[in-house]
Ligand binder design. Structure first.
Ligand code: HEM
Length: 506
């Protein structure tokens, strides 16, 4: 069993399904289960499946910018279960709008949680570069035994609370450099409007590089040249993300055609591997040349992973760079936006940060609340490995069950005043109508679920809390413009312009 605590929800029985699916009864008076074919959802056409619904102008849905709006449309039209077939050449997908339903499936699937995706990277690692990777496929792309084996090896190094002790001082230094940079860039509002997200992703890369590769990359320095390894790393990760969605969207038979974007993504994967390996090699030499042992709790993630296996260390660093940049950037920008548009909450965070105490209770509540409203991943997913009987349906093996967490987290049914940023709900006691625990525990899952949930959670929280504290300590943050917009590609992203204003704290 993997060493992660799975939350145990005693209160689960308190929640009643409000729209039970009506089922027919057979002659023996037991319910006749409905099949997947009978499930409401998008009609499909040969070859293109349900894709035609999303065509501009002629499609029944057309272009929808983000999943929140899309799921709102689905729920209204179809109810608790919605089936989609032939999307992105994937198996049938079922969106379940009752948390009790996907909860039931996700818990049973905990034995072997499958979360497929990133087909191009899978193909790169498992087919094109098979001999390099030699069966070590990482967490984001591996499934089954390969995933379990890798996760069991890396869990102890990444999930220890002691990480804070090892990494907080270095991340604080990076946050200070970010603030110094912001003191200059804030004087150029047009630059900030266009580049604030890039600035944030430099911080996220520098911080996750420091944790994953054991090196300061120099991403925040002013004289970063295009051929600097840090810059090449940054560009390769950006290319992988930008191109992955375009290639995933192709029909199956076109997935591996050597088109220009396809060649570019493979080149980006090569660069990312090559540079990560170089930094890991440097870290290995530093540890070797140190010449003395240090206590286990003071060891870095890399030192711990290198003791297990060098390939595991390089692969984990790679995964951290893939999964740890846009996620942290998006969440930090979202949190700053909420603080900018809720000055009272910002003042309270500043008071906390500037006090002599070490508690960051209110800041943590702000982060939770911001993640409730804008998670990076708007919906979680598991592919079934067996049949399930759920809500009157017989769900076969091989179906992708989608939990529309962002959509549900903004429903009155689960949270009082759900569209408002109210960090106090995470601190309120049970008698308060705002109390977060009134929502079903599977509704808000910004870091995913169970043994396959985000392994970078602690690192991400540390990076975000340290940077937000440093910004709020130095600047009064405000927002001047229409509300920021979110679009969904492979994950949620904000759209320009970034109308932040940073004024020095008096
Ligand atoms: C606030 C920032 C972040 C958020 C909201 C986030 C969210 C998520 C989510 C929703 C998943 C899917 C979990 C599931 O399927 O149950 C995930 C997986 C993952 N995340 Fe994060 N993540 C963040 C930051 C990071 C960082 C900084 C790292 C690396 C240091 C990271 C590494 C990973 C990896 C490797 C996986 C795959 C885990 C597995 O399949 O075993 N994430 N993350």
């Amino acid at each position: 069993m993997i060493g992660i605590k799975v939350r145990c929800y005693k209160e689960i029985t308190r929640f009643k399904i409000q729209n039970p699916v009506s089922v027919r009864w057979n002659s023996t008076n037991s319910p006749a289960l409905k099949t997947l074919e009978e499930m409401p959802g998008l009609s499909k056409l040969p070859v293109i499946g349900a894709l035609h619904h999303f065509l501009p102008v002629v499609g029944s849905i057309g272009h929808i910018e983000n999943f929140f709006n899309l799921y709102g449309h689905f729920h209204k039209k179809y109810g608790s279960f919605v089936k989609m077939e032939g999307i992105l050449s994937r198996p049938p997908m079922v969106i379940m709008f009752e948390p009790e339903h996907y909860d039931q499936v996700y818990r049973v699937e905990e034995e072997n949680p499958l979360r497929p995706g990133f087909d191009t990277i899978v193909y790169y690692r498992e087919v094109l570069q098979k001999s390099t990777f030699d069966g070590v496929y990482g967490l984001t792309t591996a499934q089954g035994e390969k995933w379990r084996d890798f996760r069991t090896k890396v869990n102890p190094a990444l999930l220890k609370l002691k990480l804070l002790k090892v990494y907080a001082p270095g991340i604080e230094e990076i946050a200070t450099e970010f603030v110094e940079r912001l003191k200059k860039t804030k004087e150029d509002p047009v630059y900030l409007q266009n580049h604030f997200y890039d600035e944030m992703s430099k911080y996220a890369l520098e911080a996750v590089g420091f944790v994953g590769l054991g090196a300061r990359l120099g991403t925040l320095s002013e004289d970063l040249t295009e051929d600097h390894p840090a810059r090449r790393l940054q560009t390769s990760v950006k290319d992988i993300f930008d191109l992955a969605i375009r290639i995933e969207a192709r029909p199956k038979f076109m997935k591996h055609l050597p088109t220009a974007p396809y060649r570019k993504i493979l080149a980006a994967c090569d660069t990312q591997w090559e540079i990560s390996s170089m930094y890991i090699e440097q870290a290995r030499n530093t540890i070797k040349n140190r010449g003395y042992e240090i206590p286990e709790e003071d060891k870095s993630i890399i030192e711990k992973l290198l003791a297990i296996d060098e390939k595991v260390a390089v692969m984990m660093a790679n995964e951290m760079l893939l999964a740890g940049i846009d996620t942290v950037s998006f969440v930090t920008v979202g949190l700053l936006y909420h603080l900018a548009t809720n000055p009272q909450a910002q003042d309270r965070v500043r008071e906390e940060v500037q006090s002599t105490g070490t508690s960051r209770r209110y800041l943590k509540a702000c982060l939770k609340e911001s993640l409730r409203i804008w998670p990076v991943i708007p919906a979680n997913l598991r592919r079934t490995t067996k049949e399930h009987v759920v809500g009157g349906y017989l769900l076969p093996k091989g179906v992708e069950v989608i939990a529309p967490n962002e959509f549900l987290s903004k429903q009155e049914k689960y949270y009082t005043r759900p569209l408002e940023f109210i960090p106090e709900r995470w601190l309120a006691d049970k008698s308060d109508p705002l109390y977060y625990g009134n929502a079903h525990p599977m509704v808000t899952l910004p870091f995913g679920f169970g043994v396959r949930s985000c392994i970078g959670r602690r690192i991400a929280e540390l990076e975000i809390e340290i940077l937000t504290s440093a910004i709020v300590d130095n600047f009064v943050v405000s927002w001047h413009g229409p509300p920021i917009k979110v679009k969904t590609t492979i994950m949620n992203l904000f759209q320009k312009p970034y109308n932040f204003k940073f004024e020095s704290v008096k």
